[in-house]
Ligand binder design. Structure first.
Ligand code: NAP
Length: 350
């Protein structure tokens, strides 16, 4: 990029809020803007970044409703501005004392664009090549999904050897890490997912003891009776709705239910969301159910990176990526999270 003073950059921007239904190109549009890379035009304490990898996560859907307080309680993307997501990029110009050209960095809110200029404080991590971890791993096992899995299994779930763990959306970015972590803790682990390919992968590569294909299983309650003759100690909740309702028939005393997400409800206005009839079972079983957002656990991030980085380097935890190419694939990639079509963590290679 040396000597280049201007670039044409594709970016994905918020064209209109989507109160319900699948996100689509009606709401997210792509445009090309010209960005000046001339050092004089970059503000002090800013860097210009060439995007390498962009994370596609379900919570982004909740930033598109136009109502921050609803559901996940996340800030809304401003209309007509490039939207942002967790990303990895290369610094191509620097007016920051902290970073230099060529550094590979991770930004929690990187503009979904080929190139961008961001303040130094928007950069969270500089990737140290000596650590031996691929930058894209910071979007998966060492990023949002891995951290969510770790908080759910270790911090809120407090998984102990011999406990029985059930994980929904088990082959997604979060579920594939959560299951492996629970196995490392010595738990019996059952997952649910929506295709036979995922069932095979979870058993053969991620060490799940049993897996339920919920699309082929008409009676989830009966399936849980079969796979959990001794009840469930931890339910790692990713989907909500009928799955949560069925699980509550099988919880043991003092079970823990970390509420990581409820993806089956994200495209619905609250009056259309499913109720859960079995909450009563939580009373007598003294169940602990707790929602969590990673932003409240940043004081544990170093503990997480230390433990998970070790597992990754020792190959005790592996992951799968679903790679889509180019900024223009972002709207469709986001919509695809609400189907069973992806295996593993969905990322965009820019
Ligand atoms: P992901 O990799 O995009 O996987 C999503 C999977 O969910 C899909 O592949 C699909 O797989 C399943 N799914 C989609 N719609 C569904 C429906 N209507 N009913 C049942 N399953 C459905 O997602 P992820 O990154 O693993 O995230 C999983 C959950 O964790 C989401 O709820 C997300 O919001 C949450 N999360 C929370 C935090 C936090 O800080 N609390 C952080 C990260 C993620 P199958 O149908 O094949 O199972």
């Amino acid at each position: 990029m040396e000597g280049i003073e201007k670039v044409e950059s594709k970016e994905c921007y918020m064209a209109g809020y989507a109160r319900d239904g699948l996100p689509s190109s009606d709401h997210l549009k792509i445009r090309t803007v010209t960005l000046s890379l001339d050092l004089d035009s970059i503000p002090d304490d800013h860097v210009a970044i060439q995007s390498l990898w962009i994370s596609v996560d379900p919570y982004l859907r909740s930033r598109m409703t136009g109502i921050a307080e609803d559901g996940l309680n996340v800030s809304q993307f401003p209309i007509n501005q490039a939207i942002g997501s967790y990303g990895a990029g290369k610094i191509i110009r620097s007016k920051s004392e902290k970073y230099k050209e060529g550094d590979i960095v991770i930004c929690p809110e990187m503009p979904i664009a080929e190139y961008s200029i961001v303040p130094t404080k928007a950069v969270a991590i500089k990737v140290d090549p000596a650590f031996g971890v691929d930058p894209v791993d910071y979007l998966s096992v060492l990023g949002v999904p891995g951290f969510a899995a770790w908080i759910g299994i270790e911090v809120i779930g407090k998984a102990k050897e011999g406990e029985n763990v059930f994980i929904s959306a088990a082959a997604g970015g979060v579920g594939m890490v959560a299951g492996q972590l629970a196995k490392l803790k010595g738990c019996y682990v059952v997952g649910s997912c929506g295709s036979d390919d995922k069932v095979k992968l979870l058993k053969e590569e991620f060490g799940y003891d049993e897996v339920i294909n919920y699309k082929k299983e008409p009676d989830l309650d009966a399936a849980l009776t079969k796979y959990f003759p001794n009840g469930i100690d931890i339910y790692f909740e990713n989907v909500g709705g009928k799955t949560l309702e069925a699980v509550l028939n099988h919880v043991n005393g003092f079970a823990r239910i970390p509420l990581c997400g409820m993806i089956s409800q994200y495209n619905k206005v609250w009056t259309e969301r499913e109720g859960v009839r079995n909450l009563l079972n939580m009373v007598g079983k003294e169940v602990h159910m707790q929602g969590f957002m990673l932003r409240s656990y940043m004081n544990r991030f170093v503990d997480f990176i230390t433990e998970m980085g070790g597992y990754l380097k020792d190959k005790k935890i592996t992951s799968k990526l679903k790679i889509n190419k180019g900024i223009e694939s972002f709207p469709e990639s986001l919509a695809s999270l609400f189907t069973s079509s992806n295996i593993g963590k969905v990322v965009i290679e820019v």
